[in-house]
Ligand binder design. Structure first.
Ligand SMILES: Cc1cc2nc3c(=O)[nH]c(=O)nc-3n(C[C@H](O)[C@H](O)[C@H](O)COP(=O)(O)OP(=O)(O)OC[C@H]3O[C@@H](n4cnc5c(N)ncnc54)[C@H](O)[C@@H]3O)c2cc1C
Length: 347
């Protein structure tokens, strides 16, 4: 039975571990955090799967990976539910992009750039919706917006459910999970921790920003999100609200919860969410629907997106050690395609 040792149990590490465990590999997974540590980018993310909404600010490489990943999620989520016995919230109802009247120009520019980047056969995925169209898609927002865009095929996941299901599935496959275990070096055939050495046929580095010292050019991009609970509003799909300075989104979750995000700051500060960010995200949320004024703020979180300068993810073997990193703001969007490539290469 081939043996893989993986450094980092975020989204990338867990997905690789699960796919290889299912293919019959012996898996050893190491993370410096505890199993219930929720500080990694993978835990903090909104986990929107939005190839179209992200296409405006990302390049064709990310878009192609995202399209493959969307298809993989459709088979992987049911497989994971079966392997773990846990429900994982996964929807593909599109993204609704909206703007207040003062920001209408920003919405029009967004639509223009997106359409220019899409192939002729993809144009139908970007649908302009008017006031009744917004109401039909999201009855809670009826009468509040004159115009919007429905990006057909975008989706979302509940990352807390997904990461928990991966943990259970890995236990069921009898994978070894070493938590609270800092990896200090990776070499072909061996991974070194403070507690000792693990020999394996294949070694994979998925430490996110924790690999910064080993990966020249990797940087952390700070992002903050709020989670609110608001029984007064129902949304079926993520809503993006145009703003001249930033894009803000609200992603619905089970049990009347909404993830509101996200800031994007060139900073490697891992400190708690700032008052300024709470005010900006909170006021945009309130402007979407005043019922959000009564929403309960149940969680605030900040983390670092691991990114390279070109904002493209990297999957490569460097001197015999596999590295998957630089997922930036597209980890959930792209990871399955890269993990699938790795698993196929190793098989
Ligand atoms: C606010 C925010 C919102 C986001 N929203 C989205 C979104 O809507 N859609 C989307 O697709 N993506 C989103 N992302 C991006 C996504 O979260 C990341 O791209 C992805 O989670 C990166 O996963 P990873 O496994 O590479 O890294 P991480 O999640 O950072 O995991 C790395 C793991 O390695 C461990 N580690 C680090 N160093 C060591 C060491 N020396 N030894 C052992 N273990 C170590 C860490 O403890 C951690 O568990 C968002 C990110 C943020 C911060």
């Amino acid at each position: 039975m081939p043996h893989v040792a993986i450094a980092g149990a975020g989204l990338a590490g867990r997905l690789i571990a699960w796919r290889l465990a299912r293919a019959g590999w012996r898996v050893s997974l190491f993370d410096r955090g505890a199993r219930d540590d929720r500080r990694s980018a993978s835990h903090v993310a909104a986990a929107m799967l939005s190839p179209l909404a992200e296409r405006v600010s990302s390049d064709g490489v990310v878009f192609d990976l995202a399209q493959r990943a969307m298809a993989l999620w459709s088979t992987w989520v049911p497989e994971l539910q079966q392997d773990s016995g846990h429900e994982v919230y996964h929807r593909r109802e599109g993204t609704l992009v909206l703007a207040h009247p003062a920001d209408r120009g920003t919405l029009e520019h967004f639509a223009q750039v997106l359409r220019q980047k899409l192939e002729p056969q993809q144009q139908d995925l970007v649908r302009t919706v008017d006031r009744p169209g917004v109401a039909a898609l999201e009855p809670s927002l009826a009468g509040r917006f004159e115009q919007g865009l429905h990006l057909v095929g975008d989706g979302q996941l509940a990352n807390d459910e997904l990461l928990a299901a991966l943990t259970v599935a890995l236990d069921r496959f009898r994978s070894e999970w070493h938590d609270g275990c800092e990896v200090t070096s990776l070499t072909p055939g061996a991974l070194q921790t403070a507690e000792g050495r693990c020999d394996a046929d294949v070694v994979v580095d998925t430490r996110g920003i924790g690999a910064k010292a080993a990966l020249p050019g990797l940087r952390g991009v700070r992002g903050e999100v709020l989670t609110v609970e608001c029984p007064g509003v129902e949304l079926r799909r993520p809503v993006r609200l145009m703003h001249p300075r930033y894009q803000m989104y609200i992603a619905p979750r089970p049990r009347h919860r909404f993830v509101v995000g996200a800031t994007e700051l060139e900073s490697e500060d891992r400190g708690p969410t700032t008052v300024r960010s709470v005010l900006e995200l909170g006021s945009a949320l309130y402007s979407l629907h005043p019922a959000f004024g009564e929403a309960r703020l149940v969680h605030m979180a900040a983390s670092l997106r691991p990114a390279f300068d070109d904002h493209r993810p990297v999957l490569r073997s460097t001197r015999g050690v596999w590295e998957l990193n630089g997922l930036y703001r597209h980890g959930y969007l792209c990871a399955p395609a890269l993990v699938d490539d790795l698993v196929r290469t190793l098989s």
